[in-house]
Write a protein that binds this ligand. Structure first.
Ligand code: MLT
Length: 233
């Protein structure tokens, strides 16, 4: 039987063997929710980069530049990190370079996996369908916050495990913890995610509507996958 592991923060990724497995990277608030939203709304491809300078370089090549530091838009970028900024008609058919505090870096840290997917509540069912068809072992990589664990990404890991539980077995205590977090809160995921430190940080910036949107399940029926060094749907 294939297995599902959960890596609760990118700082623990060295504890997981990635070769031959599918890594699903998640940063619910808000990087992977933005990536899924952009690709569902017609963005051609999204290149995750670690540093601001790399995004600025890509900007010179015609990419739209997106991302944040500390939750706030980077000076000189076209977009910050709100999913509502990824829905514009001007982005249809365009490439985007994204650099965020945790999410884009977590994607880069998944190097070595057989396949790298990006997940969000927004495309939960589509990702589940893909993973069931692929029939491989999975590592869910939670982006967390600067090396620490967060509630919202762990909750998503638990939701994904809940959907896959009949076909796969959990491996490691972090997978059991994530699943139990979801099982105990599945009727009100927004409330428990609202308790997270990053939800409180973002609420301080007045972007509560982002939080509600990022917790919406199955808004989009797309799977997001890394092809080369670009994310595509
Ligand atoms: C990140 O990558 O750390 C986040 O997506 C931060 C944010 O909410 O903008």
């Amino acid at each position: 039987m294939n297995s599902i592991e959960v890596c609760l923060t990118p700082d623990l990724i060295h504890q997981h063997e990635l070769a031959g497995k599918i890594v699903v990277v998640v940063d619910i608030f808000r990087a992977t929710s933005c990536i899924v939203t952009g690709l569902a709304n017609g963005v051609a491809a999204i290149k995750p980069v670690g540093e601001i300078d790399e995004a600025l370089e890509l900007g010179k090549q015609g990419y739209a530049m997106a991302g944040e530091r500390g939750g706030k838009k980077v000076d000189g970028f076209d977009m910050g990190n709100s999913p509502f900024e990824y829905m514009g008609k001007e982005l249809v058919g365009k490439k985007v370079a994204i650099s965020t505090t945790n999410g884009s870096k977590a994607i880069l840290k998944s190097d070595g996996a057989q396949e790298i997917l990006v997940g969000a509540f927004l495309n939960l069912k589509a990702t589940v369908g893909y993973l069931l068809d692929a029939s491989r072992s999975i590592v869910i990589l939670c982006a967390g916050w600067k090396g620490t664990v967060n509630i919202e990404d762990t909750l998503y890991a638990g939701a994904l495990i809940d959907e896959l539980a009949e076909e796969m077995e959990t491996s490691g205590d972090s997978a059991v913890l994530a699943h139990q977090l979801f099982v105990g809160n599945h009727e009100n995921t927004e409330a428990i995610a609202g308790e997270s430190s990053h939800a409180k940080r973002l609420a301080g910036f007045g972007v509560e509507k982002d939080l509600v949107f990022c917790m919406t399940e199955n808004e989009y029926n797309i799977v997001v996958k890394l092809e080369g060094d670009h994310l595509v749907s």
